[in-house]
Design a protein around this ligand. Structure first.
Ligand code: ZN
Ligand code: ZN
Length: 403
């Protein structure tokens, strides 16, 4: 099966410019670019008439199992019911141009395999299983009055509780055993958790270091949920590779990002969406009140990190009915960044973060044939990517999957 796009403007995100030409895909890979390429007998030819073609987008922070903003409820739903919703959520992400996503807790090897085998239409899923949380941390979703814990491994949920160096090692090893692409730890309080504070730090340094050591032993890395500079800096010092959110980081954090060659994954759109619509989609009111602590700070943190030269990846972190705003992150970031830099966050930078540089997030020969044909130039106006209807075709693994 071969696909040939004719007369395209092919974007190289690293260089930040276009080349006019054709692009040919075969067996899921980009095999040739240039002008006047030859189409063999069974090749599907699409003349895109000068349209910009960009690599398929990568969202480095999603929760494909989050069918509601009431994350505590997930564990009491039937796993098959959650899977049905995940399939719907993933299909809609693909329609929005996302051909790969990094799940930041909740998705498991079953969803990733089902997508890879073509049973579920959606982005390729880089999963971590359940995020590690201390008792009373961001992944412990019990209310104050609940003492029992039901952590049945087959039930859906975004967190698993583990306390102490030995227990976090076992939890990390267990997620790695199940094929985790990365390990997620909750290193500060959060919005959706009922009993913690946004400004709390979570896990001792010894626990964080133990998780990092386990991930590194398996040639994997750790992603940490963290808001304040205090929490972000502890995680970076422990060797965490990606900081999720980071809304309240400061200049000392920027320095640590550079020193440790770490990535920041801001998720601005989710705070905006939670404030506007969170309660309508299941976010409990006490959690909704916490949104204000991080909402306005997010854009300033992004600006500070970008100015300081921190590597940034695209994240959305949306829940429930708010998933439909996934592309609005492009629009929010343009307030403080150039279009090419926002695009890099969702292509080359995210690929590098995932350890898949050259494989995804690029139109280079040899890469997976994931790409988008657009009806406008995102380098002129990144808002083109904020409107899924302006994506004419999504191509994934060399096949036109939408439009
Ligand atoms: Zn988080
Ligand atoms: Zn998240």
């Amino acid at each position: 099966m071969s696909l040939l796009l004719r007369n395209a403007l092919l974007l190289d995100p690293a260089a930040g410019d276009y080349t006019e030409g054709d692009l040919r895909c075969e067996d899921g890979r980009i095999v040739e670019t240039g002008s006047g390429l030859h189409a063999a007998g069974d090749t599907r030819v699409v003349d895109v008439a000068g349209a910009p073609v960009v690599p398929g987008l990568i969202d480095a922070h999603v929760h494909v199992t989050a069918l509601s903003a009431d994350l505590a409820a997930l564990g009491s739903l039937s796993p098959s019911y959650v899977t049905a919703h995940s399939a719907r959520i993933m299909g809609q992400m693909l329609d929005r141009g996302f051909t790969t996503v990094r799940d930041a807790s909740g998705a498991d090897h079953g969803l990733a395999d089902a997508q890879a085998e073509g049973l579920i239409r959606g982005p390729r899923v880089l999963f971590c299983g359940k995020g590690l949380s201390q008792t009373g941390g961001h992944g412990d979703l019990r209310g104050r009055g609940v003492n029992q814990r039901d952590d049945h491994p087959c039930c859906a949920g975004v967190g698993r509780v583990a306390d102490g160096v030995e227990a976090v090692r076992v939890a990390a090893r267990d997620e790695l055993r199940k094929g985790a692409h990365h390990i997620k730890v909750m290193a500060s309080g959060g919005v959706a958790s009922p009993t913690d504070r946004i400004d709390s730090t979570q896990y001792s340094m010894d626990e964080l270091r133990a998780v990092v050591e386990e991930a590194r032993a398996a040639n994997r890395y750790v992603a940490a949920h963290a808001y304040t500079a205090r929490a972000v800096n502890r995680a970076l010092e422990a060797g965490v590779r990606t900081i999720e959110h980071g809304n309240l980081l400061d200049d000392s954090s920027v320095e640590l990002f550079l020193r440790h060659d770490a990535f920041l994954v801001p998720t601005l759109v989710t705070y905006w969406a939670l404030k506007e619509e969170g309660m309508a989609f299941g976010l409990p009111e006490p959690s909704w009140r916490k949104v204000d602590e991080v909402l306005d700070a997010g854009l300033r943190a992004l600006e500070r990190a970008a100015r300081g030269g921190v590597r940034l990846a695209y994240g959305s972190d949306l829940l429930g009915g708010m998933h439909r705003h996934q592309n609005q992150e492009f629009r929010l970031r343009r307030e403080v960044q150039q279009p090419i830099d926002v695009l890099r966050a969702a292509t080359t930078n995210a690929a590098e973060l995932a350890g898949l540089a050259g494989e995804i997030g690029t139109l280079a020969v040899g890469a997976r044939a994931d790409l988008l044909v657009l009806d406008g130039d995102p380098l002129e106006d990144i808002g083109v990517l904020a409107e899924p209807r302006r994506i004419r075709h999504v191509v994934q693994g060399g096949e036109v999957v939408t439009g």
